[in-house]
Design a protein around this ligand. Structure first.
Ligand SMILES: Cc1cc2nc3c(=O)[nH]c(=O)nc-3n(C[C@H](O)[C@H](O)[C@H](O)COP(=O)(O)O)c2cc1C
Length: 655
């Protein structure tokens, strides 16, 4: 089974036990001085124990003065970091896994506030449209010094005992900025022609080869296509033919492997994708490089299923299966695959909560989080699942993500969870979240939680809203109330209860099916956007109204970009600053927030999506009659998948 995935891999002088690579992933776990933390060691150690063949660390700092990406990032910019780095190597090697450090400089994609409030060094003064930071074009001397910093960093990586080094030439960071004609407007020996744009990377590669020797494995990561068309910059930047040309050049320069990726910050959605991208969508990039070079090719292409990954290897499309989020969501992906337990894999659903928390952590010290694996990045705090439940019964009301996750952990702890679910299947709100177009990956989480609770013999009583008597009958040690939330239908709006008006949940759960209608969706949070998307795809004419100044104000920007591009293609009309004040049968009356002007529009149907409130059914009665009653997830406060999973995990973990 999976003979290609589990065949030995070779990169230069490095041999890996399989073809599975955990690609670099910023995690915000390092100590604030840049030294490797115990949390780092536990985090990477769990992935090495989980069977990964090669780990490439998060992008590490080479320039401690102006080259930080965030405040808790591994640094290789000084010899003082060597002891911690060496401890990390020792830990990973214990598990027969290999580890390289990715060395990088953010250039114009950094944050000035954490880099001495100075302009960020870049080939040219081209401000990044995503981070909007001050930028200064580097002098020749600064470029030469920067080459030295990369080389010295690589020497430290070797000295600390790592198996190799990866130079980060992708994702729009400094080296990528030199490679790309979009960001490199120089007219000197570091800009202009292909050879000149490559010179900075060339000098780094040469320097590393000279200082670390020809036998020290050297990988370069490239964005072989910057996809700037997707960012409204047609004809700009690097395209696949340029990327392939760079890879061929690097092969000649003595690089041992190419790690193929894509995108820069302006086109971020192709670098770490939201829900809507399909597994394998960018495999053709690796394949193109593989055809052009003889050195090994690592590639990322949203690999999630072992079969898909093994097939890609068997067809010779690449040599190593790269993914970061796969191993973030499930550190045991490799072992589960190898031992025939692929149904147990917790597959990353591409919700981008990790990136959202990482991005918000640039300045604040919030660590990066996984929405579906609460232990991820918290290996030190939450690895010790104590088996002291002594078969005590816990009643869990509601089989949504909070209830299922809680039951999973309770069962691992040897409690006996009994779930009461009013519907005929598990999933709760996830069964609405999976309905909009291209949200099928949500089903992976439902399947995982369903499989795990089944494997742990958790009893689920479907079609049952428990009565107090039913609860008393099972004599519960504790009761977890996790029966979710219900949509807000503001009764202050006259006409809200008209027959033409529905909630977004009525649409998402399929109770109400609309086609060919003229429909207003009120509210442009994530659910409003997704409801508009679903209705538009079903052939309705959609107008989306929002009382705030902008559409999707609290929606993570990567997700917003993705869904906006889809709904605008479907002709959804957008109306910011429109506050719904009244519904007169089919007519919706709005107040224009900035002008107090009133406007009326007529629709066949009006769909309300202005938030959710906890379902309080039974809650007070249960609280008054039983000890140890805990309210979880949306039943406590309507939130997102992470909130539900976290409250499920923690309540069960701490019981
Ligand atoms: C939170 C997060 C942090 C990342 N950090 C890095 C990084 O430090 N260096 C890098 O080259 N790629 C980084 N990546 C990109 C990943 O290595 C990978 O290419 C990307 O997630 C797409 O593949 P995947 O969905 O299979 O993980 C990061 C991705 C995410 C989601």
């Amino acid at each position: 089974m999976f003979s290609h995935l589990f065949s030995e891999g070779i990169i230069g002088d490095m041999r890996t036990r399989n073809r599975i690579v955990m690609t670099a992933m910023g995690n915000h776990l390092a100590n604030s001085d840049g030294s490797v933390s115990e949390r780092d060691i536990a985090f990477y150690g769990a992935r090495a124990r989980g069977g990964v063949g090669l780990i490439i660390t998060e992008c590490a700092i080479v320039d401690g003065l102006r080259g930080k990406g965030n405040n808790n990032q591994i640094s290789v910019s000084d010899d003082k970091f060597l002891p911690g780095l060496n401890r990390l190597v020792q830990e990973i090697h214990k598990h027969d896994c290999k580890i390289c450090v990715q060395i990088y400089h953010p250039g114009r994609q950094g944050i000035s506030a954490i880099n001495g409030n100075l302009p960020l060094p870049a080939p040219s003064e081209v401000e990044c449209k995503a981070v909007h930071q001050p930028v200064a074009a580097m002098t020749t001397l600064e470029i030469e010094e920067m080459v030295e910093k990369f080389v010295k960093a690589a020497v430290r990586v070797k000295t600390a005992g790592f198996d190799g080094v990866e130079v980060h030439g992708a994702h729009g960071y400094l080296i990528n900025q030199f490679l790309s004609p979009y960001t490199n407007l120089r007219q000197d020996r570091y800009g202009g022609s292909f050879e000149n744009r490559l010179r900075f990377l060339d000098e780094i590669v040469k320097g590393i080869r000279n200082s670390c020797g020809s036998d020290f494995p050297l990988i370069v990561r490239l964005s072989v296509d910057e996809f700037l068309e997707a960012a409204g910059l047609p004809g700009k930047g690097l395209h696949l033919e340029d990327g392939v040309k760079i890879a061929k050049h690097l092969e000649k320069a003595g690089v041992d492997a190419i790690d193929v990726s894509s995108g820069i910050y302006e086109s971020m959605n192709v670098a770490w994708e939201p829900f809507s991208f399909e597994q394998g969508w960018k495999l053709y990039l690796s394949e193109a490089v593989k055809k052009a070079v003889r050195i090994p090719v690592i590639g990322v292409a949203l690999f999630r299923d072992p079969e898909f990954a093994d097939k890609a290897l068997s067809e010779g499309k690449l040599d190593f299966i790269g993914s970061a989020r796969l191993h973030y969501a499930d550190p045991q992906w490799s072992n589960k695959t190898k031992t025939g337990q692929k149904d147990e894999i917790r597959k990353c659903i591409c919700c981008l909560h990790c990136m959202e928390t990482l991005m918000s952590a640039d300045i604040s010290p919030t660590p990066c989080q996984c929405a579906i694996n609460i232990q991820s990045g918290r290996e030190l705090e939450y690895s010790d699942i104590k088996e002291n439940g002594e078969n005590r019964v816990v009643a869990v009301i509601g089989a949504g993500p909070a209830g299922l996750e809680a039951s999973r952990v309770l069962a691992l702890r040897k409690f006996r969870p009994v779930i009461f679910e009013k519907n005929d299947k598990p999933g709760g709100q996830l069964e609405f979240a999976n309905k909009p177009p291209k949200k099928e990956k949500i089903n992976w989480l439902i399947e995982y939680l369903k499989n795990q609770t089944a494997k742990l013999s958790v009893e689920i009583r479907f079609n049952t809203l428990p009565t107090v008597e039913m609860l008393k009958e099972i004599n519960p040690y504790a009761i977890f109330i996790s029966h979710g939330s219900k949509p807000v239908m503001p009764q202050s709006i006259p006409g809200i209860n008209s027959q033409t008006v529905y909630s977004s949940i009525d649409i998402l759960d399929g109770k109400v099916k609309l086609t060919g209608k003229n429909v207003a969706v009120i509210g442009s949070g994530m659910t409003g956007l997704e409801t508009a998307h679903l209705l538009a795809e079903n052939g309705n004419k959609i107008s989306l109204f929002e009382m705030e100044q902008t559409i999707g104000q609290n929606v993570y920007f990567q997700y917003l970009i993705d869904i906006m591009s889809q709904i605008t293609k479907l002709g959804v009309k957008l109306y910011p600053e429109h506050k719904l004040t009244e519904i007169k049968n089919r007519t919706a009356v709005f107040e224009i927030v900035s002008s107090d002007e009133k406007k009326e529009y007529t629709f066949d149907n009006i769909i309300i999506s202005v938030g959710a409130v906890p379902n309080r059914e039974l809650t007070e009665e249960i609280q008054s009659l039983f000890d140890r009653v805990y309210i979880l997830g949306d039943a406590l406060k309507a939130g997102r998948i992470r909130n539900a999973m976290e409250s499920g995990f923690l309540t069960a973990y701490n019981l």
